[in-house]
Design a protein. Structure first.
Length: 407
């Protein structure tokens, strides 16, 4: 019996079954749908959404939510181009007229109304509208989003550097990270290993082993090394690679198997001592619950956009906390888009010691918002202003035009 299986069995009794599993009474809800935040306490009066718009300025998309009192909330989107009809025809009409204080209930109701559309193409548009609505909510009541999400607990967020690629040689990738660590002061980095959904093929033979060994030799024990396989392996190969990562004292092994093969991922997790990180592609709360209860992972990695926004990511965090696990959300965003993970991590108590921040991002070119997010001494400052806490250049926003899509 491995240590992981022993811990999993020992911890099973600590996860009480929700009434939903056994009750036959009407109206009972799963544990993860129970309220987390008393959003009504922040305002005695309704804060209703008058309009929801998708804006485009050049190649940049935003959601803009305006209240009936004229307060405007704005959030930059990520990968919205393929999901525009869903946002405009399903998500925007649903939230229009609603009280943003009811957001916890609304994210359930929009799912119930569109349950056949579940998945990233549906939940990402919901997340973008929810984030803009929270920006508007915070501006209305004069509080940052972190305060709305249970209270600000951290004003700085330590980060690990990501953004690694597979087109480089092992030596080139280690050197790129060496420079990035020197500039940022970060204490942890994540390398891309394998070949991305490649059925055990490496980017080129031997690259993974050479790169990770060279990274450990170059950085010593002062830098934490993480490894992300992006579903490169079947369970047998992942276990082999995982043992190599264990020997190098890596901090976690991310997405060893293709993301839908969660039983294969559990096989890997049961066989290894290195923590398994997983969940960035998932949007099903039921699946997160299964993975956590069955210890298919050790570090839970929802993407705040892909899984449906702040509320749903916070629910995943609550599941993880009850099982004694940390949450380290997946993040590929810099610039204005990165503010969501900072506000989230400022408030959620069981976030990991480092949040993900891509060092190959383009934040330095985004001169149309402030503050700019630059890693200093290994950390990012959480904006303390109301809402998301960032301001967009009015001249830049003036160039943005509403997106229209006809049936």
């Amino acid at each position: 019996m491995t240590r992981r299986i022993f811990v999993s069995l020992a911890g099973a009794a600590a996860l009480p079954a929700a009434d939903y599993h056994s009750s036959t009474e009407p109206g009972v809800t799963p544990e993860f749908e129970r309220p987390l935040f008393d959003l009504h306490r922040h305002s005695k009066t309704p804060i209703r959404i008058r309009s929801v718009e998708l804006l485009k300025a050049g190649k940049v998309f935003f959601t803009r939510v305006t209240s009936t009192d004229g307060v405007v909330g704005i959030a930059r989107t990520k990968q919205i181009e393929d999901y525009v009809p869903i946002l405009l025809h399903k998500v925007a009409p649903f939230f229009t007229g609603k009280d943003v204080r009811d957001m916890e209930r609304l994210v359930d109701e929009i799912y119930h109304a569109n349950y056949k559309m579940a998945g990233q193409p549906f939940w990402a548009p919901v997340a973008y509208v929810e984030q803009a609505a929270f920006d508007m909510f915070g501006k209305t009541v004069g509080k940052p989003v972190g305060e709305l999400l249970g209270g600000v607990k951290r004003k700085q967020i330590p980060v690990y550097l990501s953004g690694s690629v597979r087109e480089t040689t092992a030596e080139q990738e280690v050197e790129i990270y060496r420079k990035a660590l020197e500039l940022s002061g970060a204490k942890a980095v994540k390398f891309k290993i394998g070949g991305r959904m490649s059925r055990n093929a490496d980017a080129y033979p031997g690259r993974t082993e050479k790169m990770m060994a060279l990274a450990r030799k170059t950085f010593g024990d002062k830098v934490i090394l993480y490894a992300d396989a992006n579903g490169s392996y079947n369970a047998a190969k992942a276990i082999e690679v995982g043992k190599m990562l264990q020997d190098l004292k890596c901090g976690f092994f991310e997405e060893p198997c293709p993301w839908e093969e969660f039983t294969e991922t559990k096989r890997v997790a049961d066989a290894l001592a290195i923590p398994i990180a997983f969940g960035e592609q998932d949007s099903s709360l039921w699946k997160f619950q299964w993975m956590i209860e069955n210890r298919a992972l050790d570090i839970v990695q929802p993407d705040i956009n892909y899984c449906g926004g702040f509320i749903r990511a916070a629910r995943v965090a609550r599941m993880a906390q009850k099982a004694g696990l940390t949450i380290v959300p997946h993040n590929t965003q810099t610039g204005a888009s990165a503010v969501n993970i900072l506000q989230f991590a400022s408030a959620i108590p069981n976030t990991g010691p480092y949040m993900e921040f891509p060092f190959r991002g383009k934040a330095e070119n985004e001169g149309w918002f402030s503050p700019h997010f630059i890693v200093r001494h290994g950390a990012l400052d959480v904006p303390s202003g109301p809402g998301l806490g960032i301001q967009f250049d009015p001249a830049f926003l003036a160039k943005a035009e509403p997106v229209r899509v006809a049936y």
